[in-house]
Design a protein around this ligand. Sequence first.
Ligand code: ADP
Length: 166
Amino acid sequence: MAQRIGLYPGTFDPVTLGHMDIIRRGAKLVDRLVIGVTTNPSKSPMFTLDERLAMVERECAGIDDAEIEVRAFDTLLIDYARQVGASIILRGLRAVADFEYEYQMAGMNQYLDSSIETVFLMADVSLQPIASRLVKEIAQLGGDISKFVPPQVREDMLARIAPKSV
Ligand code: ADP
C-alpha cells in the first residue's frame, strides 16, 4: 500500500510545546511526516533557518509513530506538498485567532490542488495559548518560558537573548 505522507509547515521560531503536541498527534495519522520549515525572512526570526531545522530535528528524535523528516522550503506550500508527495497538509488550530487565516489558506489551497487535503488538529487544551511570537516576547522581558517550550529550546533562547559582554 502507498505510504501516507503528511506535510506540517511552519516557521518554528522557535518550536514550542504547542508545535510538538501537533507533531506527535500528526505522526499517528501518517506513515511519514515532513516538517517543512519556512525561511520566512519577513518575520525577522530569532533563530536562523539552520538553527530552527536543528532544533526541530533534535526535539523530534524520540517520536517513532511515523518516519519524521525535517526540511527547509521557501516555495509555494502546495507545490512543496506535491514535491514531497504529501496527500495531507497538517495545521494546528488555536481557538478563534487562527481560524480566519487558516480557513482562507485551506480554501485557496483547495483551488490550487483539490487532491491535497488540509487537516486541522487541536493541541492539548493546556497548550492552546502558546505562540512563538509571545514566547519570544516573554523571554526577552525575563519571564519564565519553561511551560511553553522544551527544556533545550529554553536554553537556546536564554543563550540567544543573554546580554552580550563586549
Ligand atoms: P505560522 O508561521 O503560520 O505562524 P507557526 O510556525 O507558528 O505558524 O506554526 C505552524 C503551525 O502550528 C500553524 O498551523 C499554527 O497554527 C500551529 N500552532 C502553533 N502553535 C500552536 C499551538 N499552541 N497549538 C496548536 N497549534 C499551534
